[in-house]
Design a protein around this ligand. Structure first.
Ligand code: FES
Length: 223
């Protein structure tokens, strides 16, 4: 089947509608990065799903809700949140709560108290200098960061392509496919190559802004 721009836009619009609907329902994201998996994230994922099933809570993985009846609790896996030493991490939306060092045996309590009851479990909350930070966005480690490429990491299901499209994924692909000629695409790729020449300027700028003397800049090559 040939992909047309209209079909791609329809797909994105539907994915965005589904994303908006999904934000109305509780959602649990378990970090499935290497560090958290090594700490038992998959067992946490399995326990949460099993717990939902045993309590007859309809579990829906993904974004599509064709009917209101399908609105339910989401249990999803995200990519690495960048806070591996605190893993396994469990993120609960829409409250924005993040739990650290979660163990498989914590799942029942998380579901019962936080997801269904809206209550925060103190012992699973990150603390620094005596201050508790139940919400990820308030944690100093995250607060100073401005994420660009990894903006959605930690809040998106790493295995859901529709969620990625709803959040603007593949927009460069769309542009290249439907708006640009072969020549324009080649010109942009070559312009990237010229970025190599800018590395020295970047290093000088970083040092001027207080970076250490041994700061370096790396150009990631496109295949
Ligand atoms: S692997 Fe989970 S935060 Fe990095």
């Amino acid at each position: 089947m040939k992909l047309t721009r209209d079909a791609f836009c329809d797909l994105r619009n539907e994915a965005q509608r589904a994303l908006r609907r999904s934000k109305e329902t509780p959602s649990v994201l378990i970090c499935a990065g290497t560090g958290c998996i090594a700490g038992g994230a998959m067992k946490i994922y399995e326990n949460l799903r099993a717990e939902c099933e045993s309590r007859n809570l309809p579990v829906y993985i993904g974004l599509k809700h064709d009917t209101d009846e399908e609105k339910s609790l989401h249990v999803k896996m995200s990519g690495c949140h960048g806070f591996c030493e605190m893993g396994p991490l469990v993120h609960i939306e829409p409250m924005g709560i993040m739990y650290i060092h979660v163990k498989p045996e914590d799942c029942h309590e998380i579901l019962e108290k936080t997801v269904l009851g809206g209550e925060i479990i103190d012992r699973l909350v990150y603390r620094l200098n005596g201050v508790a930070y139940p919400r990820q966005e308030d944690i100093p480690f995250y607060k100073k960061q401005h994420r660009v490429v990894l903006e959605n990491c930690g809040t998106s299901d790493a295995e859901d392509i529709e969620e990625y499209i709803a959040k603007g994924g593949y927009s460069a692909f769309e542009k290249a496919l439907f708006e640009m000629t072969d020549e324009e695409i080649c010109r942009i790729v070559c312009a990237d190559k010229r970025a190599e020449e800018k590395l020295d300027d970047l290093i000088a700028l970083a040092k001027a802004q207080g970076a250490p003397d041994n700061v370096t800049a790396v150009l990631i090559e496109h295949e």
